[in-house]
Write a protein that binds this ligand. Structure first.
Ligand SMILES: [Zn+2]
Length: 109
């Protein structure tokens, strides 16, 4: 009986640890209960490390406040700075259009 209580307590520990890492409490609780708290802990540790790795190109640094924001973000969530589209997303028209407008208006800025 005491082993069952220890087992459940360990499962709850794994579950709360998982939820603190932004993962499903019940998912890891059930996983630990069915398989083993040790296996639940191992899976949590392995997947926790994998989550920390940011896929390349998914985030960029805000030029205004130097905080990491999503690459698709148009406005910085930290400071509200409007993000310019990266050169990868634009097919290179902006530079040509800008110089065209400059020459048409006769202004040399
Ligand atoms: Zn910012």
């Amino acid at each position: 009986m005491i082993y069952l209580i220890i087992w459940i307590v360990l499962c709850i520990l794994i579950g709360s640890l998982a939820s603190s890492k932004g993962r499903s409490f019940f998912g890891y609780f059930l996983l630990s209960a069915i398989l083993s708290p040790l296996i639940g802990l191992l899976i949590l540790l392995v997947s926790g490390e994998a989550q920390q790795k940011v896929p390349p190109g998914s985030q960029k640094k805000c030029p205004a406040c130097a905080e990491m924001i999503k690459a698709e973000a148009l406005v910085c969530k930290h400071c509200g700075h409007h993000q310019e589209k990266t050169s990868e997303e634009l097919p290179g028209h902006s530079e040509n259009e800008y110089s065209e407008v400059k020459s048409k208006s006769g202004l040399d800025l």
